[in-house]
Write a protein that binds this ligand. Structure first.
Ligand code: 5GP
Ligand code: MN
Length: 471
């Protein structure tokens, strides 16, 4: 008798780079050929969720590669993702829009951004899994920076905004529960040791110096991998497929898979079926068609509430980690403080632990979508990072209004802001002036660019017919 598999059919993708139509087209193609329903698409960053030109200019990228992409059609509802799609951020993103969803939220119907870091629960029938993830890439010089970038982002902040921050690693370090799948953009440092380094070097000779010096990948991710020991870890960024298998001292195991970017003929997608036994099945699929549901994770909510006060310190956030060069690893500073945070988390878990809170379907358009008829390079106001309905609903779970984060995470120039003693009083005026200067410069650069190079297509411009069936 053929066993009826009950589980979640999952597709994992490397880097999106704005190719929404192409990747969703590939998903539909796989569904047709395999006669299955993909329940969930997980994306490991570089998604480029530009709602409009203003978002496009908030992405770090050489001007000649600035492209609108196709996200705006999904944002305004003309197109819909074929399955629930969950992603983390990489180093090419509409950083203003992702900042708006700092704690995680729906960036379009059926497309959920996990936020700067997060752990949530996914349920389909009797199959449940805990999904974690953290956005950005690691650069040591920005990691211990106590403050977050304040919008409008100045040119150097447009890069540092996606560099991993200590607060996210601290939050993840406070998590003691089990995590099944974890997503990151860059790889955990040293992960190459647990797979075929030889094969990797064959495909990517230029990794040799970094591998030799032990600097390939992210230190915070190495720390998280050792702490959370998830069953699966998916990543991207290096533009190469790579598999590894980590056996932890505890006896637990992590299967690591990195995927390539979305280009014809490249390994950018992997399909498997997740079951409660944590088996990743590759040749059998689940046919149970219950709806897939998302829930907040009580332990994660407790961590967000416990660490909220660190955020509200603005520039005064203390250094939370230091690098031990002898051991070549990050270490938590002030273990006693960390213990206090853990204890506070345990107290809060007594409250959140009793509730199963569904992630609400509360997507709303917050900025005008791209107008295809608009051939000018006009940027779209308003230039704000609104404290939107989704973040307000989320912060209500902790009895917080979010107003104290205006100017730090959000940017609502018209709303009352709580100016701390460390924020200069003319801060707002200066930020607005900077933003205006930046706009003028961007428009001039773009106009110059268009005069110099009359629209030559990018080499890797994609067509749906370029995508062979992958499985
Ligand atoms: P992007 O994020 O701009 O799409 O591309 C990242 C590129 O940088 C990829 O080609 C990837 O191979 C390379 N890369 C990313 N991290 C490292 C690293 O730590 N060392 C080296 N040598 N290359 C890297
Ligand atoms: Mn990248």
């Amino acid at each position: 008798m053929i066993e009826q598999i009950k589980g979640i059919n999952i597709a994992v993708e490397g880097c999106f780079h704005g190719n929404f139509d192409e990747i969703f087209g590939t998903i539909r193609e796989i569904e047709k050929q395999k006669k299955i329903k993909i329940d969930l698409l997980l994306v490991c960053g570089d998604v480029q969720t530009h709602r409009n030109k203003h978002d496009m200019f908030n992405m770090a990228c050489p001007v000649k590669y600035l492209q609108m992409g196709t996200f705006y059609k999904y944002y305004e509802g003309k197109e819909r993702a074929p399955c629930l799609t969950i992603f983390i951020g990489g180093n090419h993103e509409a950083s203003n829009y992702l900042r708006e969803m700092y704690f995680g939220g729906w960036i379009a119907p059926n497309i959920y951004y996990l936020g700067d870091s997060n752990i949530i629960q996914i349920k389909k029938g009797n199959t449940t899994l805990k999904l974690g993830g953290t956005s950005g890439i690691f650069k040591i010089f920005d990691f211990n920076n106590p403050k977050l970038e304040q919008f409008p982002f100045k040119s150097e902040q447009l890069r540092s905004v996606y560099h991993s921050k200590q607060i996210d690693l601290y939050k993840l370090s406070l998590y003691e529960g089990e995590v099944n799948i974890f997503l990151s953009h860059d790889w955990p440092q040293q992960i190459h040791q647990y797979g075929s380094t030889k094969e990797l070097l064959k495909k990517k000779q230029n990794f040799e110096p970094d591998i030799k010096s032990g600097r390939l990948g992210s230190q915070p991710h190495k720390f998280t991998l050792e702490r959370l020991q998830p069953n699966f870890w998916f990543a991207a960024h290096m533009h190469v497929k790579f598999e590894a298998f980590v056996k932890h001292k505890s006896g637990k195991q992590t299967k690591f898979l990195a995927l390539d970017k979305c280009l014809p003929g490249r390994d950018f997608l992997q399909v498997f079926t997740y079951t409660n036994e944590q088996k990743d099945l590759y040749d059998q699929f689940a046919y149970n068609d219950e709806p897939i549901e998302l829930f907040y994770d009580p332990e994660w909510l407790s961590i967000v509430q416990t660490t909220y006060k660190l955020l509200t310190l603005w520039d005064k956030m203390p250094k939370l980690f230091e690098y031990n060069s002898a051991l070549k690893e990050l270490q938590i500073i002030k273990k006693d403080k960390f213990e206090e945070f853990l204890n506070e988390k345990h107290v809060r878990m007594k409250i959140f632990g009793n509730h199963k809170i569904k992630i609400p379907n509360n997507f709303e358009i917050t900025s005008p979508p791209y107008d295809e008829q608009d051939t000018t390079n006009r940027l779209i106001p308003p230039k704000r990072v609104p404290l939107n309905n989704q973040m307000k609903d989320y912060l209500k779970l902790f009895n917080e209004s979010g107003q104290e984060l205006n100017g730090l995470i959000f940017y609502e120039p018209d709303q009352p802001r709580i100016i701390g003693e460390f924020v200069p009083q003319d801060f707002l005026q200066k930020q607005i002036e900077l933003e205006n200067q930046k706009d003028i410069l961007q428009q001039q650069t773009l106009q110059q660019q268009q005069q110099d190079e009359p629209s030559s297509p990018k080499d890797d411009e994609l067509n749906i017919q370029d995508f062979p069936f992958l499985q």
